[in-house]
Write a protein of this length. Structure first.
Length: 100
């Protein structure tokens, strides 16, 4: 089986602050070594992103809460507003491949 890093790519657009907050939570849960492996593009995704990549969240796992900012645009594509949205992430240690 291919490694998760080689097959998954997220559309992460978060800031350095949100990346640091998730890394701190991973360190609290799994330790410094595991937090150093954190990559928001390949190993910490939303529930739907994991499903789209044929992985499921293990029963009983708790999400890592983070914030992303969503832009609202007018008909010309100009950004007219930006607002925060809470997201729930799962680290690669919390998921397993979906068997056929």
């Amino acid at each position: 089986m291919e490694s998760i890093k080689s097959i998954i790519r997220s559309n992460y657009t978060g800031s350095q602050v949100t990346k640091q907050a998730v890394a701190e939570e991973l360190e609290r849960r799994y330790g410094k070594e595991e937090a150093a492996k954190y990559d928001p593009y390949t190993n910490c995704l939303t529930f739907k992103q994991w499903l789209a990549n044929k992985f499921r969240v293990r029963k009983g796992e708790k999400s890592i809460q983070s914030i992303t900012f969503v832009e609202s645009k007018d008909e010309n594509g100009e950004v007219i507003a930006t607002f925060p949205r809470k997201i729930h992430l799962f680290y690669y240690l919390q998921v397993e491949p979906i068997s056929n």
